[in-house]
Design a protein around this ligand. Structure first.
Ligand code: ADP
Ligand code: ZN
Ligand code: ZN
Length: 733
């Protein structure tokens, strides 16, 4: 072949280079190419062909980088699918898919340093004439024997001998030493005894197995602590027995570690942990090793683990499949890890299991329609009881004088009881910081971010007022800087304020706080989780972050301080999310032998969501939610594409948005909503406008995406509008 289309890690289409001088080049190989003025990039061969490009001088590929491709055929197909489905370029997929060391880029040829494959030193038996070796040279004889036993070659590092001994053998011409590419070794699988499943669990597993024969995807709806993980483990063992790869995906990096440890205790050291917080070197080593190892690997990871070079996947498990953490919100490609996982499994002819205590309405609907095999597991393992839910009316509490700071008496009394009993308590508030905003009671002044259209949140610990959208912050001041007479008052409350208030009410209690301000550092996150698990604290105050896969057996009471924050969000998914969050939070209580209680404080105690918090109420609630979605033609009864336009100048932005909106309306009619101004219409100094497309499931989504891509490309290329940023989000969350 004469030409190759090369993927570069850029938001650009592929470019064609000449490759006739590279013998036997293959699709998926990494090559160095010159691109732009003097820049050198590592690119990937996407396609080989003989069609010369119509215009421009065609540059030759500079060199081939490795003796084998970096991507196999299924990965290429997977990349193509992501780029196509999520309206991004395949270069953008490369940018997130490959570990950083193997996508080098430099401004000049001198600076360009592509990743070098690691090498190892090897000893080789050169001559079998060992008559020169003295009988007393035991160490030399040992090496010769080791070499003979291994067929003539042994890695230097597995030879237990000093350099002097080896040099002597080299001098005699009996042994030679050379460098070669290091060969990874696959760890053994040491499957220890699998847990014996309960009768209900065995039944669920059987249903999954038989269901998977028909649909390839199973949805395991199992209440918290029902043993979903144990069921995965059984299926994983089977897949490994057949020599195939397994991928177990989780939505959050922070929960990979616990799962890796659990799986390693069963399958041994072959279990690989992969996510974006590992060092670039570690990620690259894992990638390059898997490229050369036979299949039969087991990977636990966050969504970036989808891009490892699986040879032969047999099973993909997506745990907590409902979790919004699977969606990449930034940058492109804005893919959903769960949906991409199902596609990846499909490309390998593998099976997928989606698991959750609170399945997404999308997956639930697929199970109802028979697209997925639906399996339920409704009892907690070991017979522990589901928590008792108490809906606590805040308005009534205020009226009766039964409210102290942020707590209704119903909650406070129980906290006191549990502290007395030496048990643990979690208080949930989905706002970090001290207060979402501060206000001057006299003149009404409220500090706002100069770059975003939001108020600044008070953070007591750091003594600053912070923007949660761009990170801008100013020193907090006690007095209103406007009228200088009155003290600024904290409005609303975040986790810091809850921590302060509860400590004031129960000075003897040991209180910890966990939110993303603290969890920004892994070590702090782990320390707090461990301290709480070891009962070094009585109360844990936290945001969503505490709801993810954590198991604290001593927690018998959970307080949700303000459920209205959750239910009142202006989004058609708000109720689904609120409900999932409440159930996930509630699931943290009363595991094992102690029944737990969950007190939910709300000003709207008659909201239908509170009748569905019994985990068995799911079916009913999901069905009613789906009916609503259908009525308003929302997903899963339609598909959405959200176009977000941003620009520093509001007029330029409005013009571009109107033009795009008109263009789209010509093709899609009233399937186009907007342009509309979102609730927060300015972030980081840029104005924001959104256009939403609602495509009914009966028409071709592929065709619709193509039209959108075309119109967006036109706008990006027009002189008048090219400075406007346009973000395409397919299946936005
Ligand atoms: P889930 O993933 O559904 O939340 P887990 O698989 O983590 O549930 O199980 C909850 C707890 O019960 C874990 O500590 C687990 O070890 C235990 N468990 C569940 N099933 C079994 C079983 N069949 N044998 C032994 N322990 C089990
Ligand atoms: Zn800001
Ligand atoms: Zn004032």
């Amino acid at each position: 072949m004469n030409f190759a289309d090369i993927i570069l890690p850029l938001a650009q289409p592929c470019y064609t280079f000449a490759v006739s001088h590279i013998p036997d080049i293959k699709v998926g190989e990494a090559v160095a190419v010159q691109f732009g003025k003097n820049s050198i990039y590592t690119g990937i061969v996407l396609r080989l062909h003989n069609t010369p490009p119509r215009s421009g001088r065609i540059k030759p590929v500079l060199e081939r980088l490795y003796p084998y491709p970096l991507l196999n055929a299924r990965q290429i197909e997977f990349w193509r699918w992501i780029a196509d489905y999520y309206l991004s370029t395949i270069g953008e997929v490369m940018r997130i898919a490959l570990p950083s060391l193997v996508k080098s880029h430099a401004r000049s040829e001198e600076q360009y340093q592509p990743y070098a494959l690691p090498t190892e030193r090897v000893l080789r038996l050169k001559s079998s004439d060992i008559s020169q070796i003295r009988k007393s040279a035991k160490a030399q004889i040992a090496i010769i024997e080791q070499l003979k036993a291994a067929g003539g070659e042994v890695a230097r590092q597995s030879v237990d001998a000093t350099a002097t001994v080896i040099n002597a053998l080299v001098k005699m011409g009996i042994v030679e030493v050379f460098e070669r590419e290091a060969v990874p070794t696959q760890h053994p699988i040491a499957t220890s005894l699998l847990p014996t499943l309960s009768a209900e669990q065995s039944q669920a597993l059987e249903k999954i197995e038989s269901g998977l024969e028909i649909t390839n995807v199973a949805l395991l709806h199992g209440v918290t602590s029902s043993g979903k993980t144990e069921i995965y483990i059984h299926r994983i063992a089977k897949t490994l027995e057949r020599g195939k790869d397994v991928l177990l995906l989780v939505p959050e990096i922070s929960i990979t570690q616990q799962l890796v440890e659990r799986l390693r205790s069963i399958f041994g050291p072959r279990v690989i942990c992969y996510h974006s917080k590992l060092t670039p070197k570690r990620r690259t080593d894992i990638y390059m090793d898997m490229l050369r190892l036979p299949s039969g690997n087991i990977v636990v990871g966050a969504r970036s683990a989808l891009f490892l070079p699986y040879r032969d996947l047999g099973l993909v498990v997506v745990d907590e499949e409902h979790d919004a953490g699977y969606k990449q919100s930034e940058p492109n490609p804005r893919y959903n890890g769960r949906d991409a996982a199902i596609m990846l499994a499909h490309l390998h002819g593998a099976k997928s299991i989606l698991g959750s205590a609170t399945p997404s309405l999308e997956s639930f609907n697929n199970a109802m329609a028979g697209k997925y095999a639906g399996v339920t597991l409704m009892t907690r393992y070991g017979g522990s009881l589901p928590p008792r839910i108490i809906i606590s009316d805040t308005v009534r509490a205020v009226k009766r004088g039964e409210r102290t700071t942020h707590f209704n008496k119903e909650l406070l009394d129980r906290i006191a009881d549990r502290l007395e009993a030496g048990e643990q308590i979690i208080l949930f508030q989905n706002r970090r910081g001290y207060a979402p905003y501060v206000e001057c009671p006299r003149c009404g002044w409220t500090p706002r971010c100069p770059h975003c259209n939001v108020t600044l949140s008070r953070h007591r610990q750091s003594g600053r007022l912070k923007c949660h959208y761009c990170g801008y912050s100013i020193a907090d001041s006690r007095y209103c800087p406007d009228c200088k007479t009155s003290e600024l008052q904290a409005m609303g409350f975040g986790t810091e304020k809850v921590e302060e208030a509860i400590s004031a009410l129960f000075p003897q209690a040991r209180v910890l706080r966990l939110d993303s301000d603290i969890a920004a550092s892994d070590s702090a996150y782990n320390r707090i989780i461990n301290d709480f698990a070891e009962h070094k604290a009585d109360i844990l105050v936290g945001t969503q972050i505490i709801t993810k896969g954590l198991d604290f057996p001593l927690v018998t009471l959970i307080g949700v301080l303000n459920a209205d924050n959750l239910t009142k969000a202006p989004d058609f998914r708000a109720v689904e999310r609120a409900w999932q969050t409440l159930l996930q939070v509630a699931g943290r209580s009363g595991r094992r032998d102690k029944a737990g209680e969950v007190v939910i404080q709300t000003a709207d105690p008659h909201h239908p969501i509170f009748n569905a918090l019994d985990e068995k109420g799911y079916q009913y609630f999901a069905a009613s939610q789906l009916k609503e979605r259908q009525m308003f033609n929302y997903p899963p009864f339609s598909r959405l594409i959200r176009l977000t336009l941003r620009h520093a100048d509001s007029t330029t932005l409005a013009n571009a948005a109107n033009m795009l909106g008109q263009g789209l309306r010509q093709k899609f009619g009233d399937r186009v909503l907007g342009p509309v101004t979102p609730l927060i219409d300015r972030i980081r100094g840029e104005w924001i406008v959104e256009i939403m497309l609602k495509i009914e499931t009966t028409s071709s989504f592929a065709a619709a995406r193509k039209i959108v891509a075309q119109q967006v490309a036109n706008l990006r290329q027009s002189n008048q509008h090219k400075s406007v940023t346009i973000i395409c989000d397919v299946d936005p969350l």
